[in-house]
Design a protein around this ligand. Structure first.
Ligand code: SF4
Length: 107
């Protein structure tokens, strides 16, 4: 009887830990994308800046009011950051910019 109680107690603890482990796994997956750095070779080549107003010094002038968050390549994933098709696996700043910026097509 004691063994049965012990088994049930430990099973319940084990099952209770599953959702927590699942949440931690999700957080680790979401954290798999890292912020793009401005000194990343591709970021340098494309004139990427976290602050759009500082962009446009790579030979291609920045259009006023062009930001990552109104670029067709951008998908917001969290506040102030999102993914970009040009920089796979990296997060770019919502108010960043690079010289590949292209407006979201009108629907
Ligand atoms: S392609 Fe668009 S979303 Fe990606 S870094 Fe350049 S401006 Fe930002």
């Amino acid at each position: 009887m004691q063994q049965r109680r012990s088994f049930l107690k430990h099973s319940a603890l084990g099952l209770g830990a599953l959702p927590v482990a699942n949440l931690l796994g999700s957080a680790a997956w979401a954290a798999g994308e890292v912020e793009l750095t401005e000194d990343d070779p591709m970021a340098v080549a494309l004139g990427y800046k976290h602050v759009a107003e500082e962009g446009g010094d790579a030979g291609i002038p920045r259009t006023e009011n062009s930001f990552c968050d109104n670029c067709a390549q951008y998908v917001a994933t969290q506040e102030s950051w999102g993914t970009c098709n040009i920089f796979p696996g990296k997060l770019v700043a919502a108010k960043g910019w690079c010289n590949v910026w292209v407006p979201i097509p009108a629907s």
